[in-house]
Design a protein around this ligand. Structure first.
Ligand code: SAH
Length: 254
């Protein structure tokens, strides 16, 4: 993982001004986005053209605090508000590909955070429902969707470990935070044939990325996709209670 302090780029005019981006800045970000896809994503084996196109289209710099716009395209998570992180670009692409979505699918994301992952999914699927437990993050994400015109993303404030039964079943469910086990509520809100991608681990330090496919009403297949590290999934079917230890950090950027 590349440390943020390792960057060498000088801040752009827009980042120094901290205000609106000019046409030149937008082009510079489009260039960074193309490089991000080539160097961080296709280079590591993500090949789904629809996912790659979505990663080239979504302006990641608009989902981080304006002071972090210059580091938005680095090969790492970036700190956002409420002590959380926006996921590393490669991890967003890997999870989107693992969901095996089509343009007709309805997707649920747990852990909307900045809204970036949901915006990427909105370029791949028909409708995206994204739940966030921090009200302020949910509000920020909602505003970004409106400003950027991602009309098929619906941001909900609440505990995503319980899913969102109002729009169930889902063809895909993705969890952007690591839990101790696969929440039962999420399994039950999968359509038959639907895929759930979630980091699961007995500790909050490291998780296994798991894909659960519902192959029948009571039948699920589970595959392991690799080792990852996410901020903790906190909720009724997540790390509730165990995270209440004094001094336990809520964020563990990877
Ligand atoms: N997809 C996000 C990643 C944000 S980090 C992005 O692209 O920016 C994970 C997020 O999960 C954090 O914002 C955290 O607050 C949220 N989270 C943790 N537990 C949650 C829960 N039970 N329900 C909803 N959101 C949760």
């Amino acid at each position: 993982m590349q440390p943020l302090r390792g960057r060498t780029n000088a801040p752009s005019t827009a980042a120094r001004r901290g205000d609106r981006l000019t046409g030149d800045d937008v082009d510079a970000f489009a260039d960074k986005r193309r490089r991000m896809v080539d160097e961080q994503i296709t280079a590591r084996g993500v090949i789904d053209p629809v996912v790659l196109r979505a990663m080239r289209a979504v302006p990641r710099e608009r989902f981080v605090p304006s002071s972090a716009a210059e580091v938005a395209y680095e090969d790492s998570p970036v700190p956002i508000e409420e002590g959380q992180t926006i996921s590393q670009p490669y991890v967003v692409a890997l999870m989107a590909e693992a969901l095996r979505l089509t343009g007709r699918d309805r997707v649920l994301e747990i852990g909307a955070g900045s809204g970036y992952g949901a915006a990427v999914l909105s370029r791949i699927a028909a409708e995206v429902y994204a739940i966030e437990r921090h009200a302020s993050l949910a509000e920020l994400a909602r505003r970004r969707m409106k400003d950027l015109g991602f009309g098929n993303v619906h941001v909900i404030h609440g505990d995503g470990t319980l899913g969102w039964s109002e729009r169930a079943p889902y063809n895909g469910i993705v969890v952007a935070a690591g839990g101790p086990s696969v929440p039962e509520a999420l399994r039950s809100q999968l359509a038959i044939g639907g895929r759930l991608v979630i980091p699961v681990g007995a500790s909050q330090q490291v998780q296994e990325l798991v894909r659960v496919t519902r192959i029948g009403p009571d039948d699920y297949r589970q595959e392991e996709l690799g080792t990852v590290r996410f901020v903790p999934l906190i909720g009724a079917q997540g790390w509730i209670g165990r995270t209440q230890t004094v001094g336990t950090p809520e964020t563990q950027p990877y």
